[in-house]
Design a protein around this ligand. Structure first.
Ligand code: NAP
Length: 317
């Protein structure tokens, strides 16, 4: 079977711990090249994963004609620049979330992907899990009735020195880092644009370390979203409809678990099997290239996500 040659721009934690192992596991992908600004990190990449090529600059990797797809796990403020450079070099691009710092940047990236006829996707790995698949099936089934409210939280306690997540100039902050997930979740459920957005945040080092947002949709529907890295972790969502409600613990994870559906018929616990969300993501993106089709996550949705993040930030000013 033909495999897509992947190149990695930056030996980031997420690349090292999750996405490179996923590329090695996926049937349609091959780890071909890693680029890092650091010789030491390249040595580590070589020892751990033995890619065919190692490059000491991102430009050099992009010049390699055999690289077909590029994974971008750079700080958020660098996504736009490198995604566009990769697309100009004719590479398909899987870029980490959030795609960029605002809708304008995302739009430029989307235009570049069209101009250079390459696939481009935001790496929202949770959209590939068995859990999310089950949630989508339940929404599709109509068992919840009309959806009135969504509640979604992604927070963890951050205690890592020097992390990019605390650097405003690199696109740090909880909304970009983890808040984009609840925003995406609300969009997945309602599939429409909110009519009103309000928010409150706690700031530290000029970045938001905690954020709560209320999205109001037409007919009074609402989504209350919460994210942060300044207190105990929580990863949880609930969807409330006229005929039922669904509780989704570990909403953005790929572990085994249980979701609970409440209706007039009573309480139903649904077992969710574990899966490998990063491998499924890489498999879909690589297969999409091979089959000349779009990958699962649509760019329209990424634009909407960026627009909502912009509106949340605007309410904080
Ligand atoms: N999907 C997920 O589950 C998930 C999880 C965590 C993070 N993320 C996303 O992945 C991206 C990276 O996050 P991370 O936590 O893996 O970050 P990280 O470990 O700090 O890695 C970022 C990498 O960017 C490169 N880089 C280039 N210019 C830099 C600069 N000025 N300062 C710091 N690093 C620079 C570095 O690679 P070299 O030194 O090797 O060149 C560095 O290793 C972010 O967009 C984040 O939102 C996604």
């Amino acid at each position: 079977m033909k495999k897509i040659n992947w190149g990695i721009l930056g030996f980031a934690r997420i690349a090292m711990n999750e996405v490179i192992p996923a590329i090695l596991e996926a049937e349609s992908a091959r780890l071909y090249a890693v680029a890092s600004r650091s010789q030491e990190k390249l040595k580590e990449a070589e020892e751990l994963y033995k890619p065919e090529k190692l490059y000491l600059s991102y430009e050099a990797l992009l010049k390699d004609k055999d690289v077909e797809a590029v994974y971008i796990p750079l700080p958020n403020a660098l996504h736009k620049e490198w995604a566009i450079k990769a697309m100009e070099a004719g590479k398909h691009v899987l870029c980490e979330k959030p795609l960029a710092l605002n809708e304008k940047e995302v739009r430029e990236m989307v235009e570049a992907s069209k101009k250079h006829k390459v696939l481009f996707m935001e790496a929202f790995m949770y959209r590939y899990t068995e859990r999310t698949k089950r949630v989508e099936e339940i929404l599709e089934s109509g068992v919840l009735g009309d959806i009135r409210h969504v509640d979604s939280t992604f927070r963890f306690f951050l205690n890592r020195e020097g992390t990019i997540k605390m650097k405003p100039e690199l696109g740090g902050g909880a909304l970009y880092d983890v808040g984009c997930y609840p925003v995406n979740f609300a969009t997945m459920v309602f599939q429409e644009e909110p009519v009103k957005v309000s928010a409150a945040a706690a700031m530290q080092n000029q970045v938001d370390v905690q954020i709560s947002a209320l999205l109001e949709y037409k007919d009074g529907k609402t989504a209350s979203l919460h994210a942060g890295f300044n207190a105990f972790g929580r990863n949880y969502s609930e969807i409330i409809g006229t005929e039922g409600r669904l509780e989704i613990p570990d909403s953005f994870l790929d572990n085994e678990g249980v979701m609970t559906l409440y209706t007039d018929q009573g309480k139903e616990e649904m077992h969710v099997p574990a899966c490998h969300r990063y491998t499924l993501e890489v498999e879909d993106f690589s297969s999409a290239i091979l089959e000349s089709r779009d990958p699962k996550l649509k760019l329209e949705e990424s634009l909407q996500n960026a627009r909502i993040l912009d509106r949340i930030f605007q309410t904080l000013q």
